[in-house]
Design a protein around this ligand. Structure first.
Ligand code: ADP
Length: 571
């Protein structure tokens, strides 16, 4: 039962109790009044009877019998000790009545004595009134008059019923008035409370109290304004929250938010990718989604220290992440940010390797040049034969330095350079490159076949396209077996040029195939160096293909040969 009902029931029970108590009181009071009236009446009768008997000087028994003849009344004459002398009901009645309350009262000196009780003689309820007859200050006789209460009480009963009705009507009206006051007092609460409950449940939904009440108008209007403001504020809040989460989702850094109960409430797609997460269920304990042990440990650590920052390597994807997790004590929320350092670490390593490799590559020809110049200056220049052979070696080292520097410059070129797009005849270009290597081709007895439409003109940036073709053809010539075959094929398909170079040389193992595009990476260092290679050729091919919006693929088997295919879009 709710509080309101309890209050109403309390009032109802209270009013009923008051009604019955008041009725009891009025009823008793009324009975008392009726009795008192009859007492007085019987008393007056007794006095007038006494006067009659003393004045008439007649026989008491005769007068008394006459007096009560047409009524139910009863007159008893008693001695001053309470002994019955005569009774109108039974003339033969005798015995003491001194212990009857009305007689006892008179014997004790009271001017009269009254009593209401059942008469064993008449077997009905009687009202007794006794008064003394005095002479010279002493009681000589006692006269007792009695009347059945049913002579007057039934009349009084009708009156009592009327009083009961009036009393009932009075309390009924009072109850109605009290309940209407209670209702009036509770009406604003009854009207406003459900509205407030709805506002709390769904603050974004605007609620209106439509009731008109002069008394509570201002209160209702204020509640309406409050609901409107709440709705606007909540809408603005949820909108900005939505925007905030959308923004977080677009970020390149991983972000997650854990609420005060330890449930994951937000995780952005970058973080999902970084950890290769598959089962994403929000509003679950965070450890059911973010399962990486190091991350879980860091989140727990924020309970002791507000911020925990660490570089970790993910167990699932082996990515290097810079993780910062911060706990906000006020809200109890935990915010985590992860920055993927894998690429940066790779680039750092590549840079370090590059510098190391460049200095190493430069050192060999330079040391050789210094050695030979010193030997020449020390006197070897005087021997024309030695001089010539030394100069030839020095020239070779100088060329090697020149090509190395050129390729380093080429690999350093980037997309910012605005080369002009020109129309290139692919067949002409391929033939020209092959011609440049005519001496080696002849020396190795290679069979180079160029297949492709002679008139094919491809729109590209020649400064980038030519090194791609040159490096692929050069590698094929270097790594093809002697008397081997090289197929240079090109054709256009869907606005793309497919250019491939196939050789039947040593081939490349599967595990090496990914690495050969790294700068300075060579499968067989000694062999590559002997053939003038420095490990930059394929790096240039890959870089330039990507700059031109294309890609390079390799298909190679050790001992069978290699095919490099470049796919480039027309510009
Ligand atoms: P390099 O100047 O040493 O040839 P590249 O970057 O052009 O450098 O090639 C990297 C490595 O890839 C080479 O050292 C070689 O081991 C391997 N390679 C490249 N092309 C071929 C090919 N056609 N056949 C076999 N191996 C090749």
């Amino acid at each position: 039962m709710d509080k309101k009902k309890r209050v109403y029931n309390g009032w109802l029970i209270g009013l009923l109790l008051l009604f019955f108590t008041s009725w009891q009181f009025i009823s008793n009071f009324y009975d008392q009044q009726v009795l008192t009236q009859h007492e007085d009446f019987l008393q007056q009768k007794a006095y007038s009877f006494i006067r009659l008997t003393t004045d008439e000087k007649e026989d008491f028994a005769e007068i008394a019998t006459d007096y009560v003849e047409d009524s139910d009344e009863r007159i008893t004459q008693l001695t001053n000790h309470g002994e019955i002398l005569f009774d109108t009901f039974d003339a033969e009645l005798s015995g003491s009545r001194s212990q009857r309350p009305e007689i006892k009262a008179v014997l004790e000196g009271n001017p009269s004595g009254t009593s209401v009780r059942m008469s064993p003689t008449l077997d009905q309820e009687l009202l007794y009134v006794a008064i003394p007859i005095k002479q010279n200050g002493g009681i000589i006789e006692i006269i007792r008059m009695a009347e059945p209460t049913q002579n007057f009480l039934p009349d009084a009963k009708q009156m009592k019923q009327a009083i009961l009705l009036v009393n009932f009507v009075f309390w009924l009206i009072l109850t109605v008035i009290i309940f209407s006051i209670l209702r009036r007092r509770n009406r604003p609460v009854e009207t406003i409370l459900p509205v407030i409950k709805q506002i709390i449940k769904d603050p974004q939904q605007q609620k209106m109290i439509m009731q008109r009440s002069s008394e509570w108008e201002e209160l209702y209007q204020n509640i309406n304004v409050l609901s409107e403001q709440m709705s606007h504020t909540y809408y603005a809040l949820s909108t900005s929250e939505k925007q905030f989460y959308t923004l977080l989702n677009e970020l390149m850094v991983g972000v997650f938010i854990v609420d005060e109960n330890g449930n994951l409430v937000f995780i952005n797609k970058t973080l999902i990718e970084q950890f290769n997460l598959t089962q994403i269920e929000l509003n679950q304990p965070f450890a059911t989604v973010i399962t990486d042990p190091q991350m879980v440990q860091m989140i727990y650590q924020t309970r002791d220290s507000n911020v925990v920052s660490k570089e970790i390597r993910t167990t699932t994807s082996q990515r290097l992440l810079d993780v910062t997790i911060r706990a906000f004590k006020d809200s109890g929320r935990i915010f985590g940010v992860t920055y993927d350092m894998t690429r940066i670490a790779q680039l750092e390593k590549l840079q370090n390797d590059f510098v190391g490799n460049v200095s190493h590559e430069l050192k060999t020809p330079i040391t050789s040049l210094i050695g030979f110049t010193e030997t020449l200056l020390d006197g070897a220049k005087d021997d024309p034969q030695t001089l010539e052979s030394f100069l030839k070696i020095m020239q070779k080292d100088a060329y090697r330095l020149q090509s190395l520097v050129q390729e380093i410059i080429q690999t350093s070129k980037n997309t910012d350079v605005n080369y002009v797009t020109t129309s290139v005849n692919v067949a002409d270009l391929a033939n020209k490159i092959v011609d440049d290597y005519a001496a080696v081709i002849q020396e190795k007895h290679l069979n180079v076949i160029i297949t492709g439409p002679e008139e094919l003109v491809f729109n590209t940036k020649i400064e980038l396209f030519k090194p791609i073709c040159k490096n692929l053809i050069e590698n094929a010539i270097h790594y093809a077996s002697s008397e081997g075959k090289i197929d240079i094929t090109f054709y256009q398909e869907n606005d793309h040029l497919i250019f491939s170079v196939q050789d039947d040389g040593i081939g490349i193992k599967q595990q090496e195939q990914e690495r050969i595009f790294e700068r300075f990476y060579r499968v067989d260092k000694a062999r590559s160096r002997n053939s003038g290679g420095n490990g930059l050729g394929l790096a240039i091919v890959k870089d330039y293909s990507e700059i031109l919006g294309g890609k390079v693929q390799i298909d190679s088997y050790p001992g069978v040969g290699s095919t490099f295919t470049v796919t480039l879009p027309s510009l």
